[in-house]
Ligand binder design. Structure first.
Ligand SMILES: NC(=O)c1ccc[n+]([C@@H]2O[C@H](COP(=O)([O-])OP(=O)(O)OC[C@H]3O[C@@H](n4cnc5c(N)ncnc54)[C@H](OP(=O)(O)O)[C@@H]3O)[C@@H](O)[C@H]2O)c1
Length: 255
């Protein structure tokens, strides 16, 4: 028991040298910030999004600080063949996959009666099926590396339903369930799965300017805070699995 008493804990940072990460939805917002932090801690990173011009701009920005450590592969996570191509390219470019960050997602907030079938299908296809497709295509590649880590960016909307959130709530409730079941399936293969549930984050998604903090949204979480949670999870010793994390603004406007 003595080793528990010796010294104090120091802040943990993951050592990601030699690790390869795929981050979906990384052309801006939370995904871009996570990619930046993974690079800063030594990983090589494949970033993905649908809009190729935006994605290449982001790759260029990251490449200036981390030359030849980041590659862009355009993909729509709601299309399985594109996801398979994304994972195959990542493996081809960097030799394998160790970390998958399922971050791509979006929302339409409308009363359920006004929600179109297409909007429902698209949100479920991106936020829920997309995360499953990426996980599914990554599993054989994670196995080839002897294990790895999958972190799904969910939302507090995955446990708190609200008016106008039918499709988004359903997608994130579903993502949480899928994450937990998959975690139980894969834990003995050294593949850890966690999901992170942020409250309002100051990104374009949240109605704010990407990567900046406007005075009107000062109360929101910043993308770097979500990236910090991802780093903390990756820094946990392999014997421990923090399966879910909630992070919320400390002082949201009073209702
Ligand atoms: N911001 C918040 O308040 C908040 C709170 C809780 C959870 N979240 C979750 O955090 C994640 C990231 O949100 P964010 O705020 O960073 O959003 P964002 O700023 O709108 O960025 C979303 C990113 O995902 C990409 N994307 C969207 N659909 C995609 C698809 N089908 N395939 C591949 N890439 C796709 C976008 O690029 P393209 O459009 O070019 O594809 C973009 O790079 C989402 O899962 C969201 O649900 C956000």
């Amino acid at each position: 028991m003595l080793h528990y008493l010796k010294g104090k804990f120091t802040t943990m940072f993951p050592d990601l040298d030699g690790k390869v990460a795929v981050v979906t939805g990384a052309s801006r917002g939370i995904g871009f910030c996570i990619a930046n932090q993974l690079l800063a801690h030594g990983a090589r990173v494949v970033i993905c999004a649908r809009n190729e011009a935006d994605l290449l701009r982001s790759e260029n920005m990251l490449n200036q600080e981390f030359p030849s450590k980041v590659k862009a592969v355009a993909a729509d996570v709601s299309k399985y063949p594109q996801v398979e191509n994304l994972m195959a390219k990542a493996e081809e470019l960097f030799g394998g996959i160790d970390i998958l960050i399922n971050n791509a997602g979006y929302a339409v907030f409308r009363p359920v009666a006004d929600l179109t079938q297409q909007q429902w299908d698209d949100i479920i296809a991106t936020n829920l099926s997309g995360a499953f497709y990426c996980l599914h295509a990554a599993i054989p590649r994670l196995r080839r590396r002897g294990g790895g880590y999958v972190i799904n960016i969910s939302s507090l909307a995955g446990k708190n339903a609200f008016a106008g959130g039918a499709a988004y709530n359903a997608s994130k409730f579903g993502l949480n369930g899928m994450s937990e079941a998959a975690m139980l399936d894969l834990r003995y293969e050294n593949i850890r799965i966690s999901y992170v549930m942020p409250g309002s984050v100051n990104t374009q998604f949240g109605g704010g300017p990407s990567g900046t903090t406007s005075s009107s949204a000062d109360w929101k979480i910043d993308s770097v805070d979500v990236a910090q949670v991802v780093l903390d999870l990756l820094a946990m010793p392999p014997r421990s699995l923090v399966s879910r994390v909630e992070i919320r603004p400390s002082k949201p406007p009073r209702k």
